[in-house]
Write a protein that binds this ligand. Structure first.
Ligand code: GLV
Ligand code: MG
Length: 323
């Protein structure tokens, strides 16, 4: 099985942010074709609105109607006094209808372990299946990035490592207010490359999904597509979406193109055939003008797995050569 492709890791091409304090948005989110929703108790909820938002979220999860979406709640980070109440109220109230808790501003493996222990206690107390609820870890500052590999390893519950660009830019004093775009004055490359790659390496080394964060100019669909295409090109599995218009774009950008998907399935079938007795038990072979071998199979499997997970249908078939 390839990294990020385990059975338990479902597609997360589009991860829709929904403020927990707004019941109308919670209701609307149910009908949008996002792979994941995360109901927010953190920065999209004002401090005074947080207690009410916990109740809205429990009610919205228990009402159902979320289809196949991965249901996530973002709690407040451990440096606040809200975290334990967020976790206890939401998991006790809606545990069986919840897939993951998202922990923002993670700075160390210990913060993940602490959440894991709390989840286990709640699951045992409530008679829920122990270990079913996953953890999504948001990397939003220098400490988090430096510890990202340990964070990814901290618990088997960790399913994703997420880049939080807005908080990250603030935490490193980046001279820009425009999330996702290059800071003015930096004209020699992509200022986010190191951060994205470090998150991706930790995710792949530990068999987790890598998720890109928000793009705040919600009316600029071209800008969203351009920024999403960068992390998708590196290998990220998905991106946050803040507006219904961004959902379809993310689903498209983080799925393979039809031609690439067809080609990947063709390589898998061809390699399967050529390595078999009937195909001559070869280690490498020609597919048209292209030489394919075991490494080609692995690359093809990444693209084919993403396409299959996205429900794509192939439009061509491998025909073994006439002997
Ligand atoms: C998201 O939480 C961000 O800080 O970008
Ligand atoms: Mg943040």
């Amino acid at each position: 099985m390839l990294p990020g492709m385990t059975e338990s890791l479902r597609p997360r091409r589009s991860c829709l942010a929904v403020p927990g304090s707004n019941p109308r948005f919670l209701e609307k989110a149910k009908g949008l074709p996002a792979d994941q929703v995360f109901l927010d108790l953190e920065d999209a909820c004002a401090p005074l609105a947080k207690p009410g938002a916990r109740k809205n979220i429990v009610a919205a999860l228990n009402e159902g109607g979320w289809g196949d979406k991965i249901r996530v709640v973002r709690v407040n980070d451990w440096t606040t006094h809200w975290t334990y109440r967020d976790v206890v109220e939401v998991v006790e109230g809606a545990g069986p209808n919840l897939d993951c808790i998202m922990l923002p501003k993670v700075q160390s493996a210990e913060q993940v372990v602490t959440l894991d222990i709390l989840l286990t206690q709640i699951e045992k107390t409530m008679g829920f299946e122990v270990g079913r609820i996953g953890i999504e870890a948001q990397i939003e500052n220098a400490q988090g990035l430096i510890a990202v590999d340990a964070i990814a390893k901290a618990s088997p519950r960790v399913e994703t490592i997420i880049f939080g660009p807005a908080d990250f830019m603030a935490s490193i004093n980046m001279k820009s207010l425009v999330v996702g775009e290059q800071p003015p004055g930096y004209d020699v490359g992509d200022a986010y490359h190191h951060i994205l790659m470090s998150i991706l390496m930790a995710a792949r080394a530990n068999d987790k999904q890598a998720i890109d964060g928000p793009y705040l100019q919600i009316r600029d669909s071209d800008g969203f597509r351009r920024v999403a295409a960068r992390s998708a090109a590196l290998g990220f599995d998905g991106k946050w979406v803040l507006h219904p218009d961004q959902v379809g774009i993310a689903n498209e950008v983080y799925s393979p193109a039809q031609d690439d998907y067809d080609h990947a399935e063709l390589i898998l079938d061809a390699y399967d055939y050529y390595t078999s007795e009937a195909g001559g038990a070869k280690g490498s072979a020609m597919l048209g003008d292209e030489m394919i071998d075991e490494a080609s199979r692995k690359m093809a499997l990444v693209v084919a797995s993403k396409g299959r997970a996205a429900g794509m249908q192939r439009t061509s078939k491998f025909e073994p050569p006439e002997s």
